[in-house]
Design a protein around this ligand. Structure first.
Ligand code: NDP
Length: 327
């Protein structure tokens, strides 16, 4: 039986990304076949949907870096038909067919069983963006930081990673300083637990190698001068968890915060994150993330609207998270 998918094909002019009908026989190798019910739109999905980015590393490619669904068939010992599962990253939409399809065939070693207490839709409301926010919080904690150390900065606060990071940090008792370019979202960010809102323009202009010590920790999804300024204004012994590049891939920083203030820059990758850390992140998300706040940051769209959501996320016009209903 054929199923609906968003597929990117290589053309002479570049990439052709559109809805197609596919057959199960076209799916890539894997030991588990999943009936996909939900996916989401992350910034990286927006890039892939644009048909102009280097996210996709093999053609044809089914897009969607996240999926949630129900196992249909499995030869993997860890999964049986009927199991509810989720999958983030591990090369989906880059080297392996992803979640914008009613069927997926993947490696069981990449799958996470849906944590107790989370619905499939909620797991995609979290998605790669929210799970990455949790990885950032865990990285800061591993560095020994607690709310007693001082405030936590979140950049790109009204975005997917940002909104989840604000909710998680505030829920753990941190005083959260939310940096946003959308002044109109101040009420939204305060409802998630932000104590203070700052204009992202204060961080995006080139700054001094060292500034006033304003926060002890930071979750940065913006990169570039914003990350440089976040580092320059981190308190002695603090740390910045860097996971994104919404403002740019570069890092025009100096070593001053590292060598004069013992500040640490913690890199966070979600795609190849080892399974034990991944499982711990999902366990923590299921336990710690306030469901009311998760609902407040989430909008749900039909599969047909995924291209429009992709365009919006690249323009910074998506607030929080988007769940896509697939099957
Ligand atoms: P979103 O678009 O939802 O959020 C990004 C936010 O960044 C925007 O909402 C906006 O926040 C801010 N922003 C956008 N453009 C600029 C700019 N030019 N200058 C300053 N701020 C800007 O995306 P996601 O939350 O899904 O992803 C955020 C970033 O994290 C992306 O770069 C993504 O690729 C990366 N990422 C990395 C992962 C990893 O494994 N390392 C995993 C997941 C995401 P506001 O309106 O509040 O200013």
């Amino acid at each position: 039986m054929s199923f609906k998918a968003v597929r990117a094909d290589k053309t002479d002019a570049g990439q052709d990304v559109r809805f197609v009908a596919m057959e199960e026989s076209e799916l890539m190798d894997g030991d588990v076949t999943v009936r996909v019910s939900h996916s989401t739109v992350n910034y990286k999905d927006g890039l892939a949907l644009s048909g102009k980015s280097a996210v996709i590393r093999r053609f044809p490619m089914v897009l969607g870096i996240d999926l949630a669904g129900v196992v249909e068939t499995s030869s993997h010992p860890g999964f049986a038909p009927g199991d509810e599962v989720l999958l983030d990253g591990f090369g989906l939409s880059e080297t392996h067919f992803g979640g914008y399809a009613e069927r997926a065939r993947v490696k069981g070693d990449w799958l996470v069983k849906l944590p107790a207490g989370l619905s499939r839709a909620e797991s995609m409301a979290i998605g790669t963006a929210g799970y990455t926010a949790m990885l950032c919080v865990m990285a800061l904690e591993r560095h020994g930081l607690t709310p007693a150390a001082g405030p936590a900065l979140v950049t790109g606060a009204a975005g997917g990673v940002g909104s989840t990071a604000v909710s998680l940090l505030a829920g753990k008792g941190w005083k959260v300083i939310a940096s946003t370019g959308r002044a109109a979202e101040a009420g939204y960010l305060k409802s998630l637990g932000a104590a203070e809102i700052i204009d992202r323009a204060t961080l995006s202009a080139p700054g001094k190698p060292l500034g006033k010590e304003l926060w002890a920790a930071a979750v940065d999804s913006v990169g570039s001068t914003t990350l440089a300024n976040a580092l320059a204004q981190t308190r002695y012994g603090g740390a910045v968890a860097a996971c994104g590049l919404a403002g740019g891939m570069d890092l025009p920083a100096s070593v001053a915060p590292f060598i004069l203030r013992n500040v640490a820059l913690l890199g966070v990758d979600s795609v190849q994150c080892p399974m034990p850390t991944r499982l711990e992140a999902w366990r923590r998300l299921a336990a710690d993330l306030d469901r009311g706040k998760l609902a407040a940051i989430t909008q749900t769209i039909p599969f047909d609207d995924v291209f429009e959501a992709g365009r919006k996320i690249l323009k910074g016009e998506i607030r929080g998270r988007v769940v896509v209903t697939i099957g």
